[in-house]
Design a protein around this ligand. Structure first.
Ligand code: B16
Ligand code: MG
Length: 218
């Protein structure tokens, strides 16, 4: 029996929702009167919603009350959801479905480990929700990545030792979380940016089917 399992990050690995986060955060920055660029948006990848707002306010050098923060978190999410409701299967990133098919064939179980509180909705929109053995998301954790909590709950859901879990991640904070959890980390995206990962691929299409052979039946 296989002793390994996989934990997938969502944004940047299975789908690209960063572009919608960008549009929604930009709307808020415009409202607050400062510019928020795509480069700024890079800083928010893999970061929790609350922390993203803190970073955005730092960029604009804006200080607001706790009540306003809560109101802006709500309005930003409402703006973001307008884009999410328009998503469909066409937005699944190249190679993702083929990789899930490979894992099914190899009988390697997989769960989601995302910072997003919208993860179940996004997976529903792209019709992938029924494929995952479990969804661990921003609603399931107390501590955001780079804390390993989300992935450690993922290992429990898979009923596997952390060292036998392979994490696919596109964000520095996510790779750090996987490494701190004692898991096998796979960086998806820029190799230099994700140099702390155990393995690197520019996208999921690049992963050869025999990649998993080194971990199974050992
Ligand atoms: P939400 P991931 C993360 O998703 C995004 O990369 C990050 O930009 C976002 O702030 C975070 O989810 C929270 O998302 O506002 O939907 O709860 O990469 O961990 O799948
Ligand atoms: Mg991500």
């Amino acid at each position: 029996m296989n002793k390994v399992g996989v934990i997938f990050d969502l944004d940047g690995v299975i789908v690209d929702t960063a572009k919608y986060h960008y549009l929604a955060w930009k709307e808020l920055a415009d409202h607050l009167g400062f510019s928020f660029t795509k480069e700024h948006n890079e800083l928010l990848k893999g970061v929790s919603r609350d922390r993203s707002l803190e970073i955005l306010l730092d960029i604009g050098k804006v200080s607001i009350s706790e009540a306003d923060k809560q109101a802006y978190l709500k309005s930003k999410n409402e703006a973001y959801l307008k884009y999410i409701y328009k998503m469909d299967d066409g937005e699944i990133l190249p190679g993702a479905e083929a990789l899930l098919n490979t894992l099914d064939k190899l009988k390697i179980p997989y769960v989601l480990g995302s910072a997003s509180k919208n993860a179940p909705l996004i997976l529903k929109q792209v019709h992938l929700i029924d494929r995952f053995k479990g969804i661990i998301d921003g609603n399931s954790v107390n501590k955001a990545k780079p804390d390993p909590e989300v992935f450690l709950i993922g290992a429990q859901t898979l009923n596997l030792d952390p060292k036998n879990c392979i994490v696919f991640e596109d964000a520095i904070a996510g790779i750090e979380a996987a490494n701190r959890a004692g898991m096998i980390s796979v960086g998806i995206g820029d190799k230099e940016t994700l140099s702390a990962a155990d393995f690197n691929f520019s996208d999921l299409k690049e992963i050869p089917e025999n990649f998993f052979n080194q971990f199974i039946n050992q």
